[in-house]
Design a protein. Structure first.
Length: 336
């Protein structure tokens, strides 16, 4: 089979490697579409140690939709031909392989496969192309859930990438009334706006002014601020937390889903008297998979529209380079 092998910074090679062998309790799946994650871009651009534990000389990729092509003799709850979503945390029966299950390979061996654990059936209402976005959408859905959304509330999401857009969609799905997406990519914000979201280009527009006009105002410890119940950081810029501390209203919540490992200082007295919350969100759980499939199957949003480019596996390097350019790409996929 063909497999993309990571060889270091800006170095990926598509090689012929042995086909996986199916054991009695295993399942072999053939990838249909795989999506390029921001961590794939990071490890390609910056080198080892900057992505999902991607090792030099190994397979990688983890956002994929596949079809079962072989089942072990002792497997009774899967059938050849079934379309499935491989749950990255358990697909290889090794949580360290969550980012390297082989999404950029033709086939994946799923050892000791279990339904609704390592493999989930994909509803027929979800297209093949959209289904490869299930994984990043579950990350966004978990961030939205961690924000404790309530019907009629409002939210702002910083970072209009796939995870940020997914969080915005999930917030609407959970009943929030007004949701705004903020980014510096006019290209991506135009796509979000076509999906029905309010947007703010923070490179060209004043966020507080735009947010006040859209959300109206509420009280903070220091005066009137935009009436936003939940802030989600899917971008990772230091200024976002600073803005929340300065412009977040009383009893507002801040969810961090972006990867940012820099130590930060916090005014705990301010948090105490303003009754604000700072919440972490990493990964996802089975309930997020179920909600994302429901959202995608509903057809309420044209979510496939965020896939802006598609490449064959042989052009994986070009695909990753394209995904890194937020001025002309939203989500980039590999079609098998």
């Amino acid at each position: 089979m063909k497999a993309a092998i990571y060889l270091g910074q800006e170095n990926v090679e598509v090689r012929e490697v042995p086909n996986p062998v199916c054991g009695d309790y295993d399942v072999i799946i053939k990838n249909i579409y795989s999506s390029i994650c921001g961590t794939d871009v990071a490890v390609y651009t910056h080198g080892p140690g900057t992505g999902h534990r991607v090792d030099v000389g190994g397979e990688f990729g983890h956002e994929t939709v596949s079809r079962i092509v072989a089942v072990g003799k002792k497997i009774t709850d899967f059938e050849v031909g079934e379309r499935v979503y491989p749950y990255p945390l358990y697909a290889k029966n090794d949580t360290k392989r969550a980012g390297t299950i082989g999404g950029f390979s033709e086939y994946i061996l799923v050892p000791e496969a279990k339904r609704n654990h390592s493999l989930y059936a994909v509803p027929k209402e979800i297209s093949d192309r959209l289904a490869c976005l299930i994984e990043p959408f579950t990350v966004g859905c978990r961030a939205a859930r961690r924000g404790q959304p309530q019907k009629g509330e409002s939210a702002v999401v910083f970072g209009c990438g796939t995870i940020g857009l997914a969080a915005a969609v999930a917030l609407k799905y959970f009943g929030m009334d007004k949701v705004m997406l903020c980014d510096r990519s006019g290209f991506r914000l135009e796509i979000a706006e076509r999906l029905g979201f309010a947007v703010c280009n923070t490179e060209m527009e004043d966020f507080v002014q735009k947010a006040t006009a859209y959300f109206k105002t509420a009280r903070s410890l220091t005066g009137l601020v935009p009436d936003i119940d939940c802030w989600i950081d899917a971008a990772g810029a230091e200024s976002i937390l600073e803005s929340f501390m300065q412009h977040g209203k009383i009893i507002s919540r801040f969810v961090v889903v972006a990867v940012n490992n820099k130590p930060r200082e916090l005014d705990l007295l301010h948090l105490t008297y303003a009754q604000k919350s700072i919440i972490g969100s990493g990964g996802y759980f089975p309930e997020d998979v179920r909600d994302v499939m429901t959202i995608m199957a509903s057809g309420k949003w044209n979510l496939e529209s965020i896939i802006t480019q598609e490449f064959p596996l042989e052009e994986i390097s070009k695909a990753i380079q394209t995904a890194a350019d937020t001025s002309r790409a939203f989500n980039v996929t590999i079609g098998f």
